[in-house]
Design a protein. Structure first.
Length: 439
């Protein structure tokens, strides 16, 4: 969980879900997906809105608004994280749930899509208040969530500690331990090895596929990462270990730039110990400052780098700045960082954009592994988890790259078409008009 709060930029139209539907419609038309399938995906299956009263440390009572959206469960139980952020809205949670449905389909894991959000600035709460809130959220969600129906996970400003409290609360209410009701838990409570780094690692595996096809030389390839939390840190760390030059990183307060490239492990140590992002080089526990320039988050997006990785929040690449993005490749580790209007501008300029539903799917893939382990009483080793993740991400990245070539389109449209076809197969098998007319 990061320490600062950031602003969530809106979409070009100020409504994230409407913009998400625009991307869906574009791909559906392109892929000639059955209209009945798209009609279903335009409307979340179920929406829960609750008020969660929490006793604060000073004895007063405060009520927090929370949402859980189950978008679609045709391919399996709903799956998706819970976000804590002051700017959470129902529109945003609906968009995030829709993207989860598509994401699970694009990596072909047997889950549908869901998402949760709590309108809160967690930085303003003590740890005990945060625990009371997290337990209150699970109790308010009640049987709307569960191991066979809708399985939460961490997202922005929630982490394994929060997942542990939630699992404990749910288990108490059900009179037995139910580890499979949530993923991203601490190892001690049935979490999976490798889940903490899975989102960044999955993006790294996708980048390695591009590297192979485009014959990049890591030492000549520069990278900028916006957002230095769970996902951003791990993808930066793995790329740096491979010899890539990570020249810029940022958090909600701003960024740092060094054309020589940063020692990423040192930045991570510094950031996680002091909660400050500073340009340092550390040897053991001794860190010294290195040369760097301060940049804003807006400047980071427009740097002349080879790979731009937005890994913070949605709606940061819009129609206003898309023409100024200089990176020829964008890898969307955040959910929804690019609006649909920006998409069109970037596609026109032949920018390679690895879409969020593929690039950050490593997280939900290892969440699936965690759920499988919990349901079978297993605990896989780290190598087994990483090998399985590499297999899924490599296979499905290749699949999307091949589809894009075959359909002569951009990677987002190709990924959506792959996902929509898989969802359409499932919907059709439950009995649509095409199922009957084909039969
Ligand atoms: P996190 O809370 O660990 O980190 C978020 C980071 O973003 C922090 O460094 C924070 O300082 C920074 N940030 C916040 N506001 C910012 C702003 N306005 N400008 C720049 N930086 C800002 O969250 P995370 O889990 O790393 O999630 C980051 C993104 O990745 C989100 O879009 C999330 O939905 C997506 N994602 C995460 C996972 C996962 O498993 N953690 C899985 C899939 C997708």
């Amino acid at each position: 969980m990061a320490d600062e709060q950031g602003d969530i930029s809106g979409s070009d139209d100020g409504d994230v879900f409407t913009d998400a539907l625009r991307k869906l419609d574009h791909a559906a038309e392109f892929g000639k997906i059955d209209e009945e399938v798209i009609e279903r995906l335009r409307h979340p299956r179920a929406i829960l809105q609750v008020a969660v009263p929490v006793r604060l440390d000073d004895g007063s009572l405060r009520t927090f608004e929370a949402y859980r959206v189950r978008h679609d469960d045709t391919r399996g139980p709903g799956k998706g994280g819970i976000r804590y952020h002051p700017d959470v809205s129902l529109s945003e949670v609906k968009a995030l749930a829709l993207w989860m449905t598509l994401k699970c389909a694009v990596v072909d894991i047997p889950f549908g899509g869901a998402k949760g959000g709590v309108v809160v600035n967690p930085k303003e709460l003590s740890r005990l208040e945060l625990e009371r809130l997290s337990r209150g959220v699970v109790s308010a969600f009640g049987d709307f969530i569960g191991p066979d129906t809708d399985i939460p996970a961490p997202d922005v400003y929630t982490n394994e500690m929060v997942m542990g409290w939630m699992m404990d609360e749910y288990s108490k209410a059900h009179g037995r331990r139910v580890p499979a009701m949530i993923t991203g838990k601490p190892l001690a409570l049935g979490g999976s090895r490798g889940r903490d780094q899975a989102t960044g690692r999955g993006a790294y595996y996708a980048i390695k596929r591009l590297e192979e096809r485009r014959e990049w030389r890591p030492a000549d390839t520069t990278v900028a990462v916006q957002g230095f939390g769970n996902a951003g840190q791990h993808v930066a760390r793995l790329l740096h270990a491979d010899g890539y030059k990570v020249v810029a990183v940022s958090d909600s307060k701003g960024g740092i730039l060094s054309n020589d490239g940063f020692d990423v492990p040192s930045l991570i140590t510094q950031k996680n110990e002091s909660r400050e992002l500073r340009a340092v080089y550390c040897k053991g526990s001794v860190c010294e400052m290195v040369d760097s320039d301060d940049i804003t988050n807006a400047e980071l997006l427009e740097l002349d780098v080879d790979i731009l990785i937005p890994a913070a929040l949605e709606g940061v690449i819009t129609a206003d700045n898309a023409a100024d993005i200089r990176a020829p490749t964008i890898v969307e580790v955040a959910n929804g960082p690019t609006t649909s209007r920006a998409d069109a501008i970037l596609a026109e300029r032949d920018v390679t954009l690895v879409p969020d539903i593929l690039a950050n799917a490593g997280g939900v893939t290892v969440s699936y592994f965690e759920w499988v382990q919990n349901r079978n009483g297993l605990a896989w080793g780290l190598d087994e988890v990483n090998d399985r993740l590499a297999e899924v991400m490599g296979r499905e990245t290749d699949n999307v790259l091949d589809q894009a070539t075959e359909l002569d389109t951009d990677l987002r449209t190709a990924a959506y078409v792959v996902a929509l076809q898989r969802i359409a197969d499932a919907v059709s098998a439950t009995g649509t008009h095409t199922f009957f007319s084909d039969g």
